[in-house]
Write a protein that binds this ligand. Structure first.
Ligand code: ZN
Ligand code: ZN
Length: 275
């Protein structure tokens, strides 16, 4: 039986693997297909595609967009994206600028708290265009301002903590439209994590193609519940580990995997769109 892990991050956002390392780990896990879904970027896709081709692994170019709807943060996965699509690249650049400004604001808040972290240190560590809170946390640990990443979130960076800064996000409807115009499928990521159930019908109306039913942080009960919701709305089903490399003690890649039949359904939908 063939399996796929459809939710993976690299150094092009907040993962620790290079695209090549990611593919190596995918190979070790015996995966037949992977999708790269870095936050607000498709930059790692070309290298991941090349690395996959070298080992005859199927590759799906993707991204994970941070969006919101009705005051709810929602992550939208785009699959089979045209990574050269100019509208997509332009919007992505704008949201990367938002991310970079947010880093500066978080660092300023930390400075106010008497922690002399510098934004430059975070950017140097992140070394990508889509920096995020995990990079601030890692910089705090690296500079020995705090013992570990969990504590950095707990004390400073979590929502409601003193260095938390709200993020300007695109609307979910805009996100779905953006993915579609770049030839991709729009899938709601980890609904169990963001508690986005209430907004599913609105997104379905906007053309949402599917739900990520299987995810590292979904319990079996949750997965079953989302499978039911997907069936009810005639949505596609996806799943993945949301691996960020060694930002967790052991890489999660392959720990959540879906049978290849789910990938075939995604491909059928993309092909149907192109007709
Ligand atoms: Zn996410
Ligand atoms: Zn993710």
């Amino acid at each position: 039986m063939k399996f796929a892990d459809l939710h993976l991050h690299t150094q092009f956002s907040d993962g620790t693997f290079t695209p090549e390392e990611l593919v190596l780990h995918a190979q070790k896990q015996g995966l037949a297909c992977i999708a790269l879904t870095d936050h607000d970027t498709v930059e790692g896709c070309a290298r991941a595609a090349t690395a996959c081709a070298a080992v005859q692994m199927e590759f799906i170019p993707g991204a994970e967009l941070t969006a919101e709807h009705a005051d709810t943060e929602v992550h939208i996965l785009g699959y089979f994206l045209d990574t050269q699509n100019s509208v997509l690249l332009e919007k992505i650049a704008r949201f990367q600028a938002v991310r970079q400004n947010r880093i500066r604001e978080m660092v300023a808040a930390l400075n106010q708290l008497g922690i002399p972290l510098q934004a430059g240190a975070v950017f140097a560590l992140a070394n990508c265009k889509s920096p995020g809170r995990p990079h601030v946390a890692r910089a705090l640990v690296k500079e020995k301002f705090i013992a570990n990443i969990d504590e950095a979130f707990e004390r400073y960076l979590k929502k409601g903590r003193p260095a938390w800064v709200p993020k300007t996000k695109m609307s979910a409807l805009e996100g779905v439209g953006l993915i579609h115009q770049a030839g991709g499928l729009a899938i709601m990521a980890h609904p169990g994590l963001n508690r986005t159930d209430a907004i599913i019908p609105d997104l379905v109306d906007a053309g949402l193609d599917g739900i990520e039913c299987f995810h590292t942080k979904h319990s079996t009960v949750m997965s079953e519940r989302y499978l039911e919701i997907a069936e009810k709305h005639h949505l596609l089903v996806t799943g993945g580990s949301d691996c960020h490399g060694f930002s967790k003690k052991t890489p999660l890649i392959g720990t959540v995997r879906v049978p290849y039949a789910y990938v075939e359904k995604l491909k059928a939908k993309v092909a149907e769109r192109k007709l």
